[in-house]
Design a binder for this molecule. Structure first.
Ligand code: ADP
Ligand code: AMP
Length: 236
């Protein structure tokens, strides 16, 4: 039976056996693509933004520290994020790899991750760099809505739900992230350019970075990601 684009061919996690990192500015499509890839290879999707939002929702001490920082559009300190990530990737479901979205975001985080991966016996990571112009980003960020229950990502302009305000998958309420308001976009982009963009050169120097044109449709970007993985699988 032919496989529809909505149901990608599943691949065994052993075929991945590494960390895949989605790198790019806020709104580039990291979450959208990371979710799809994680489903395809049946490995965990690790979004540090989602993890921090979960801490905030549960009212943990980490959530209390992170909340005001995230609302200002700044980065949460490395020490807090690194502890959270280490604890997560040490869990058994990560033994065959995982897909990062929003991590690493500083050079210090990238160094630490490299060390964790070496210690864990993983191959070198594959870094997908989502390349996109700033003018497209504003529309993607301000139009983003997320399902409160399942985390599915929509866009009012580009990928609207079938029923306004409700998730197609589970009927959950669609909400706007507090940091997706227009006035928070500038500080987030500034944090990206100052603290995260240096990782593009860092991973390129290591020969691990692959550029993907993120201005195209979700399906097109997905295909570019898939082709990149096929090209490099087994070579890194
Ligand atoms: P990031 O995780 O990089 O911040 P998201 O994956 O959450 O980005 O996507 C940001 C917004 O843009 C969401 O509303 C999403 O639905 C939309 N989006 C993602 N990829 C595309 C695309 N290729 N074309 C159009 N809209 C997209
Ligand atoms: P995201 O969901 O990836 O857009 O992240 C939302 C916010 O969470 C960011 O603006 C930061 O405040 C915080 N955050 C997420 N990941 C990291 C990270 N790796 N390092 C520091 N802060 C992070």
């Amino acid at each position: 039976m032919a496989t529809s684009p909505a149901e990608p061919l599943k691949r065994p996690p052993e075929e991945l056996n590494r960390a895949v990192i989605f790198l790019g500015p806020p709104g580039a499509g990291k979450g959208t693509q990371a979710k799809k890839l994680a489903v395809q290879y049946m490995v965990p999707h690790l979004s540090t933004g989602d993890m921090l939002r979960e801490h905030i929702a549960k009212g943990t001490p980490l959530g209390a520290k992170a909340k005001p920082i995230m609302e200002r559009g700044e980065l949460v300190p490395d020490s807090l994020v690194l502890k959270m990530v280490r604890e997560r990737i040490e869990r058994p479901d990560c033994s065959h790899g995982f897909v990062f979205d929003g991590f690493p975001r500083t050079v210090a985080q990238a160094h630490y991750l490299g060390e964790l991966l070496r210690q864990g016996g993983f191959r070198r990571p594959l870094v997908i760099h989502l390349v996109i112009d700033t003018d497209l980003i504003l529309r993607r960020i301000t139009g983003r809505r997320m399902c409160k229950t399942g985390g599915e990502i929509y866009n009012l302009y580009e990928r609207p739900p079938k029923v306004e305000g409700r998730c197609d998958n589970d009927g959950g309420e669609l909400v706007q992230r507090p940091d997706d308001r227009e006035e928070i976009v500038a500080p987030r982009l500034q944090a990206y350019h100052k603290q995260t963009e240096p990782l593009v050169a860092y991973y390129r120097r290591l020969g691990l970075l692959h550029d993907v044109d993120a201005s195209k449709s979700v399906e097109d970007v997905e295909q570019q990601v898939c082709r990149t993985l096929q090209l490099v699988r087994g070579k890194l």
